[in-house]
Design a protein around this ligand. Structure first.
Ligand SMILES: NC(=O)c1ccc[n+]([C@@H]2O[C@H](COP(=O)([O-])OP(=O)(O)OC[C@H]3O[C@@H](n4cnc5c(N)ncnc54)[C@H](OP(=O)(O)O)[C@@H]3O)[C@@H](O)[C@H]2O)c1
Length: 274
């Protein structure tokens, strides 16, 4: 019987996960289906229970349900515990296992796909929401020279820094506090690009030859990438690679095999450009 998987979100119609997992399944010769399910904002738990009861084997979770999914799990991976949010669920009997593959996906994209090692680099993470929270520990595990978390609302960045400071030195503040500093890797984990807004970033924060990475992706350059290019960032990347890599990691959790992400990323890039 075909195993069923899905992604829950609200909204979710735009999700590219069904296309990505269909390609992974074909490549790995796995008999599975993967659909996008719109869960009501106040009905995620019921939608999840219904899917599992109908024989669903696992699910991805996207905005705005990652924290609620975390709370519903009966078991969690260490990286999900650290993140306080889950994007991957696996159902086994009465167990709901929760994992967070966002950070692993980001690191894989930066270090393997983009060939940009993080060890010894000065990192700046913009944003302090769910996406930022999920990637902090995986970034720190790469042993950067330091990490600064900057957010429009400084208190949220400071709270995150406090939660992760036992792993490494983590600095935090509002966007103004990064003035006068320079970073080798600047990661945009804010949702500013979604609304087309340009972040009010001080000049001079991008080290020559450094990487500016926007978790968002789209047909062309995002507003953050355009700003980074104007300010002299040497390398620009959007979050399509992170999306494909976090999906490959979820596929590994569910099926015990990690698909080759390169051809899938290339195909998704072509579809995005069309
Ligand atoms: N590529 C991938 O695989 C992937 C995976 C996960 C997420 N993402 C992307 O990551 C982004 C963030 O997602 P999320 O789940 O973390 O969202 P979230 O929890 O809603 O957090 C949003 C963050 O953006 C900041 N922000 C929003 N509008 C802003 C503006 N105009 N100026 C400055 N800061 C602003 C917020 O600051 P305040 O705290 O001050 O409100 C907050 O830190 C989204 O674009 C999402 O699509 C991509």
């Amino acid at each position: 019987m075909t195993d069923r998987y899905c992604v829950f979100g609200n909204p979710v119609a735009h999700s590219r996960s069904p296309a990505i997992h269909a390609m992974f399944a074909a490549q790995c010769r796995q008999d599975l289906s993967y659909e996008a399910i719109l869960a009501p904002l106040d009905g995620f738990a019921a939608a999840l229970a219904g899917f599992a009861a109908a024989g669903g084997k696992g699910a991805n979770v996207t905005l705005p349900f990652k924290e609620e999914a975390f709370a519903l799990c009966t078991r969690r991976s260490a990286r999900a515990e650290r993140a306080g949010a889950v994007n991957t669920l696996a159902f086994t009997g009465s167990w709901i296992f929760g994992d967070n593959t966002d950070g692993a996906g980001l690191v894989q994209d930066i270090e393997v796909n983009l060939q940009f090692p993080l060890a010894g680099r000065r990192l700046l993470l913009l944003g302090a929401g769910g996406a930022a929270r999920g990637v902090i520990a995986p970034l720190l595990e790469r042993r950067p020279a330091g990490l600064f978390i900057a957010n429009r609302t400084a208190e949220k960045a400071e709270a995150l820094a406090g939660q992760f400071c036992e792993l490494a030195a983590v600095d935090a503040g509002n966007l103004g506090k990064i003035a006068g500093r320079t970073f080798d890797v600047v990661i945009n984990a804010t949702s500013a690009s979604l609304s087309g807004a340009t972040l009010p970033l001080p000049a001079g924060i991008f080290a020559p030859g450094g990487l500016a990475y926007d978790m968002m992706y789209g047909k062309g350059e995002t507003p953050f990438m355009a700003l980074a290019r104007e300010q002299g960032a040497g390398h620009l990347a959007d979050g399509l690679g992170m999306l494909v890599e976090q999906a490959a990691e979820a596929f590994l959790v569910w099926r015990g095999v990690r698909p080759d992400s390169a051809p899938v990323l290339a195909e998704m890039r072509e579809r995005l450009a069309a």
